[in-house]
Design a protein around this ligand. Structure first.
Ligand code: SF4
Length: 299
């Protein structure tokens, strides 16, 4: 992956859940984790992927004339290297790539369109996938955003090296850091990786001069991360590091299902899982409170 360019799978404008004020959120492609509940399957692979939108397809079969595409069982099938000519030839926009390369100037040009909102407390958020996977590009973008006077934020699993965290934190005004599962074996089972590096980075963040910028988040997935024991263990760990820590409890959001329909290679396994009720969310709040945490963020 070239470091002078970044592979972006979405630029969300006027986002209200990705930081202070109205945000422009840039989603960088590629992630080392494979969380069972992933809400952004388009962010998982580090390469551009061809995607198919069944509802848009008018079944004209024009695409099947191009290399790497075969039309079977009432739809086109293709590899990741979807020919550009086939995308252009599709009359209904039913096939396309899920991401685009930008250099710093090109992406800043896109961000600048929303500049007016940044004057009223908004800013730019880098999300993913896992933004640290495109570290060099991320750093260049953060430097460019600070130079332009923009408020900056990151949403990350912090599954990365401590050196990279230390290098990037001075350019961030807000840091959203996931702590999904406290138990190391379960973390590996649910996300595909150990949480050792993540814990190490949280220890650094919450004991550094940047601790006030940090909000630690736990997505509460029924029977996985959303258990009393997990919330209690995480809350105790965080409170032990910084008594004024801000801790956000996020209810499960089942909206990702439709996104999985675009990808043949990923399957969503939590189809039957329902979000927690308000009462259940309050119980999680009480558990975190009991562990000492005063600053609990919940919708
Ligand atoms: S060219 Fe587009 S609309 Fe026609 S069959 Fe292929 S994907 Fe469907």
């Amino acid at each position: 992956m070239p470091t002078s360019k970044g592979l972006v799978f979405d630029i969300k404008r006027f986002a209200v859940h990705d930081g202070d004020g109205l945000r422009t959120t840039v989603f960088l492609k590629g992630c080392s984790l494979r969380c069972l509940w992933c809400q952004n399957p388009e962010g998982l692979k580090s390469q551009k992927q061809g995607v198919y939108f069944k509802k848009k397809c008018i079944h004209c079969k024009i695409c099947s004339q191009f290399d790497n595409i075969r039309y079977e069982k009432g739809r086109p099938w293709f590899m990741d290297d979807l020919p550009d000519e086939a995308i252009e030839a599709c009359p209904s926009g039913a096939i396309m790539y899920d991401a685009k390369w930008y250099d710093v100037d090109q992406l800043m040009e896109q961000i600048k369109k929303d500049e007016v909102f940044f004057r009223y407390g908004g800013g730019v958020t880098f999300s993913g996938g896992e933004p640290f996977l495109q570290f060099e590009f991320l750093k260049k973008m953060l430097i460019a955003c600070k130079k332009a006077g923009y408020h900056t934020a990151i949403e990350s699993s912090f599954y990365t090296n401590l050196e990279q965290v230390k290098e990037i934190v001075p350019y961030l005004d807000r840091i959203y850091c996931d702590m999904k599962v406290f138990d190391e074996k379960k973390h590996e089972q649910y996300t595909g990786v150990s949480n050792e590096k993540i814990k190490q980075n949280i220890v650094y963040l919450l004991q550094s001069e940047h601790k006030e910028k940090v909000i630690v988040r736990t997505p509460l997935i029924p029977n996985l991360t959303g258990t009393k024991r997990n919330v209690e263990q995480i809350a105790k760990f965080l409170f032990g590091l910084y008594e004024d820590v801000r801790y956000e409890l996020l209810n499960y959001n089942p909206l990702a299902l439709s996104k999985y329909a675009m990808y043949d290679e990923f399957e969503y396994l939590l189809k039957e899982t329902k979000p927690f009720t308000k009462e259940e969310m309050q119980q999680f709040r009480q558990i975190a409170n009991k562990a000492g945490i005063k600053n609990i963020v919940m919708e």
